[in-house]
Design a protein around this ligand. Structure first.
Ligand code: KIV
Ligand code: ZN
Length: 392
């Protein structure tokens, strides 16, 4: 498949809104402005920088980002509950954006209707209709999200979606708010909404997945395969509870498997690593060592068999080139699983020449040290070389 045959998938970044809802990850408006510029540099298509009604600081951040990102082609989203005051704040905060969208949401599952919203289905349809029509007076592009869509009965979900499309919603998001869906059923839901809802073929579809069961990326890809053309993501997968679909994982899954998936994104993958680190620093949110793509261990190899393979050809044990994503390469970690080849290679990289016998002695002493501690650093290796050479 050539590049022109691949369908473009829009990346909608909600790190500064849904991601910031992660406990402890709060950002100051000035930080949001710096991070929004970085997200534009990364090449996201759509950016949700906050929840304007939630605080004066968030309103100011969304307003400033709307002004700041002129000329980048990034569409700015004003997030709002299905309430006039929220919509007014979102409309005002994004007024100066070059491209803008209003994102209105309301709960749709029976459990949320009964225990959170305390409204009937008829009331929800009525409110959603009125609020989409109200928002449409100010903004052309309206995204509508039925919150907890994946746990909402299909009949009611389709009725609600049909009602808001009739009022002018242009993007339908089907959130898996609690990360409950399975890929196959989530994909099927998109297919059925597109086919069964009147007007369902006139709008764009978006996927918004949470990671409670570790399936946010798989579910997002299932939705893409069922026709969604926008994926909502966060940097480092931050977000409520176990987080949202991670941008770096989703984008690299598409990049690595683009032949099979037949889709592509416009993300500048060379900026993935710096964006991830920047977000982690600003949010004081550490990245797990084994986090795919951006975790410390994601491209490091300790076992002797893997190290040997990597030294011969990197594709033996790597499916992506970390340097493509701006990740500094330090692929071989010396530890108790390392083999002779790796030690010889590292010693050579350090500019040290040893005889075969010295190398053998060094290897024995290296293993003793590695058994006592998790890793052997270059400094320790050099010390071991010194004492080995002095003894021989
Ligand atoms: O998880 C969710 O349902 C959301 C929406 C309100 C889009 O964040
Ligand atoms: Zn969410």
């Amino acid at each position: 498949m050539t590049i022109s045959d691949r369908k473009k998938i829009k990346i909608f970044d909600t790190t500064l809104r849904d991601g910031e809802q992660s406990p402890g990850a709060t950002l100051q408006p000035e930080q949001k402005i710096v991070l929004a510029r970085q997200l534009a540099k990364l090449g996201v298509d759509v950016l949700e920088p906050g929840f304007p009604i939630s605080s004066p600081g968030d309103f100011a951040a969304v307003q400033q980002i709307s002004r700041d990102l002129h000329g980048t082609g990034v569409e700015i989203v004003g997030f709002a509950r299905a309430m006039k005051a929220d919509i007014d704040a979102a409309v005002q905060a994004t007024r100066d954006a070059e491209l803008r969208r209003l994102h209105i949401f309301i709960s749709s599952s029976q459990i949320l209707l009964e225990h959170q919203l305390r409204k009937s289905r008829e009331q929800v349809i009525q409110i959603a209709r009125e609020m989409v029509a109200y928002g449409k007076r100010f903004v052309d592009r309206i995204e509508f999200s039925p919150m907890d869509a994946s746990r909402t009965g299909e009949e009611f979900l389709f009725e609600l979606v049909e009602a808001v499309i009739a009022e002018g919603a242009t993007v339908i998001n089907i959130p898996d708010t609690l990360g409950y869906a399975l890929p196959e059923e989530y994909g099927r839901l998109f297919k059925r909404v597109r086919e069964q809802v009147r007007g369902g073929d006139t709008v764009e579809y978006s996927t918004h997945c949470h990671n409670d069961l570790g399936m946010a990326v798989a579910n997002s890809l299932a939705a893409v395969q069922a026709g969604a053309t926008q994926v909502e993501v966060t940097i480092n997968g931050v977000g409520e509870r176990a987080g949202n679909c991670s941008l770096e994982e989703l984008v690299m899954a598409i990049e690595t498997r683009k032949q099979s998936l037949g889709v592509e994104t416009s993300v500048n993958i060379g900026h993935i690593y710096e964006t991830s680190r920047m977000m982690s620093r600003h949010m004081h949110f550490p990245i797990a060592y084994n986090k795919p793509i951006v975790g410390r261990n994601a491209f490091q190899h300790e076992s002797g068999i893997h190290q040997d393979g990597m030294l011969k050809n990197r594709s033996t044990f790597e499916i992506m080139d970390p340097e493509q994503m701006g990740i500094p390469r330090n692929m071989i970690i010396l530890g108790k699983h390392s083999g002779r080849h790796a030690i010889k290679h590292r010693v050579g990289e350090l500019g040290i020449e040893l005889t075969e016998q010295q190398l053998e002695e060094l290897f024995v002493r290296f293993k003793e040290t590695a058994d006592e501690q998790k890793r052997v650093t270059d400094e320790q290796l050099i010390r071991l070389v010194g004492s080995t050479v002095n003894r021989s």
